[in-house]
Design a protein. Structure first.
Length: 74
């Protein structure tokens, strides 16, 4: 039975460095922004994330885009 993938939406998660201990280990937190249209380019999501990073006081460790999909039987 053939199955196709139907993209639903995506979100972006910014992973932030809250603090570092004496040995340099990082304590992390994250902020997520949801309901990003799946057809928006990765470059556009990155550029928007870069603007959001400018509003953060904490250091940003990573930007992660999460794309949710639905599997549909044809």
């Amino acid at each position: 039975m053939p199955v196709r993938i139907k993209e639903q939406s995506s979100r972006v998660r910014l992973q932030l460095v809250d603090s570092r201990d004496d040995q340099g280990r990082e304590k992390l937190s994250s902020i997520s922004y949801s309901n990003i249209k799946a057809d928006v380019s990765d470059e556009a999501v990155f550029n928007l994330s870069a603007q959001l990073i400018g509003l953060q006081e904490k250091e940003v460790k990573s930007i992660v885009r999460i794309v949710e999909t639905e599997l549909v039987e044809e």
